[in-house]
Design a protein around this ligand. Sequence first.
Ligand code: SF4
Length: 312
Amino acid sequence: MKTIFGPVPSRRLGRSLGIDVIPPKTCTYDCIYCESGRTTNLTLEQQCGISIRQVLEELENFFDLHPDGADALTFSSAGEPTLYRDLGPLVLAIKEKFPSLPLVVLTNGSLLWKPEVRRGLLAADRIVPSLDAASEDVFRRVNRPHPDLDLSLIIEGIERLREEYPGSLHLEILLVANVNDHPEELEKISHLVKRIGPDKIELNTVVRPPAREKTRGLNAHQMARVAGFFPRGRTDVIGTFEGCREGGGDENLERRVLGLLMRRPCTLPEMAASLGAHRPDLHRVLSRLCRDAFLKRYVFNEREYYCLSERT
Ligand code: SF4
């Protein structure tokens, strides 16, 4: 099994070289939205099929051929990376060999209640656990976990990690239409987010064919509405929305406008410069978003700004 893949373009990390140490499709969850298909080995048993030496050799070979070939390294797989028993020593070995490259671990967070799993991640530069639900029933519907997993234990594990880990902790929340996007659940998730205190919240949705065929993602408007439940300035929408596929130019521009305004209020000229958009197109899109109450205008220092409406 080859353990590295990519690099894949990442908006925040640049070119991110993937590291996958888990055989497909071995996971503690069987998420309805999983892009890698149904989980065939639903397990909590940690394993060690790949040697640390093999991963280091593959990384060395890659960088021998492409000395400037990646901006970051990311543990990400068609399975759960914390099921790899030697993840801690591997993280340390990679940091020793490639100290200047940021090392990121994407995890579903389901094993963070184990102290040894948390300890193994401490040398990473960024950890991104997932938390798609705050209620046990929604958790079971969206993540279809191993029967021995318990949501309250998983939440406790993420909270413990936050206390122990001094690095950058991002929490990813993946939204599935009509499953975890209703206001009651979002309020509960938002409450948990406040308790955990991640550095960033990454909102994602279903953008590629999911494990369960009928699973649907949220469009740009719906994602903007969801973003209103989470702290502005620390929340990013990272998904590319399903709705954009059918919407043509204006819908794509809407998504980019909402993505920009999620970070800070802007004037129309600032948006035109930042997005490279024609002003008449931008004006049309902004008027529609204001009419539909997704945005509001206000004047500050004699300039007209646009910002997201409260809880759009
Ligand atoms: S946790 Fe990740 S790999 Fe596992 S089923 Fe869910 S999306 Fe797929």
